[in-house]
Design a protein around this ligand. Structure first.
Ligand code: BG6
Length: 345
């Protein structure tokens, strides 16, 4: 069993896989991504494939865009030295965020076994359109601020972090999956440390209904329908839809229908590792990563790593600890006339 980091870029990941394959067969290697052990992450498959109404809508005809957010309130938690050589992109994106991306984006596998599942997930990563690091990606680094009642020092003031560090603690990006299901549907991903709220969630926003029917009413715009998968700390699913505000005229508001794991099952959140250790002992590799997806993940972000290394002029805006990240990340969506889902109320 091996836990990340699996290399620090594509060439080093390929070299690591080669070394591992000298001592073990691929099916004997269990590469951990602890996100895959989380109940709510595994629930993505059940939600998509065990509910007849979901899959027919799960494509470019009905979905406007997808947002994946992994917001953390923690800073670097005393890991300044190693984190500074890593940064948010390497630490979170090709692994945890791409796991969520592939589960949302994959085609239905023919079986639930490891080979079938992993093959479908790899195909999603292979279909990612090459990113333009200057246009599609925003990075940031936290400055001083407050999270709740606690004062937080700037990243560059953390122990073992160089005072002139250029390491990002936040990254947001716009991705495209170039296949028949997803052509034209942007996937917006963001993750950062020292943000105002801890929250991992995926929002699938459906296309707007046409407003024509309400032409003669005061309704100017309809609330978007979105389905949000709450991964942590709340665990559940919610669906937003339009309802009529009671009264003599037609006015419409967004209402939320919510399912919560803790209410329904009195389930205790787990870290994910419990499940993975058990599965490994049983020899079930479904929730582990094969070399192919690791390498495809690094391949997708390699252009960003290269650009950041070669061009120090690419901006690294500072955002306030306790906020929601740099305003440049809001602009990334505003350009497309969209907005991030609010995380801090
Ligand atoms: C780890 C990263 O893989 O995942 C950490 O190295 C991050 O930087 C952690 O804080 C997040 O895990 P979780 O389960 O708290 O979302």
């Amino acid at each position: 069993m091996i836990e990340k980091p699996f290399g620090h870029d594509l060439p080093s990941a390929v070299a690591l896989d080669k070394r591992l394959l000298r001592v073990a067969h691929e099916n004997q290697i269990f590469r951990i991504d602890h996100y895959l052990g989380k109940e709510t992450v595994q629930n993505i498959l059940v939600l998509r494939f065990a509910n007849g109404f979901v899959e027919p809508l799960w494509n470019r005809d009905h979905i406007d865009h997808v947002q994946i957010t992994v917001a953390e309130t923690v800073g670097v938690e005393g890991r300044g030295k190693s984190y500074d050589g890593t940064g948010a992109l390497r630490d979170m994106v090709p692994n945890h965020l791409f796991q969520l991306l592939t589960l949302i984006g994959m085609e239905p596998p023919s079986h639930l076994n490891a080979d079938a599942l992993r093959a479908e997930k790899a195909k999603v990563l292979h279909a990612v359109r090459p990113l333009d690091p200057r246009r599609d990606v925003v990075r940031g680094q936290y400055g001083a601020g407050r999270i709740g009642d606690t004062a937080v020092a700037a990243y560059r003031q953390e122990p073992d972090v160089p005072r002139d560090s250029q390491t990002e603690t936040y990254v947001a990006m716009k991705m495209a999956i170039d296949n028949w299901r997803w052509a034209g549907v942007p996937f917006y991903l963001r993750t950062g440390k020292a943000l105002g709220r801890r929250r991992t969630e995926i929002t699938v926003q459906f296309r707007q209904a046409p407003l024509t029917l309400f032409r003669d009413t005061p309704v100017e715009r309809l609330p978007p329908n979105d389905l949000t998968l709450h991964i942590q700390p709340e665990e559940g699913v919610s669906l937003r839809f339009g309802v009529k505000i009671p009264g003599p005229t037609v006015r419409i508001d967004g209402a939320n229908m919510k399912f919560s794991y803790s209410d329904a099952f009195e389930a205790q959140p787990s870290t994910g590792y419990e499940t993975l250790i058990y599965d490994c002992m049983m020899g079930d590799a479904s929730l582990f990563q094969p070399a192919e997806t690791i390498e495809a993940g690094w391949g997708a972000i390699q252009p960003i790593l290269d650009a950041w290394q070669q061009d120090p002029r690419i901006p690294l805006p500072v955002y306030d600890a306790g906020g929601m990240g740099p305003t440049e990340a809001d602009e990334l969506l505003a350009r497309d006339h969209r907005r991030w889902r609010r995380i801090i109320r």
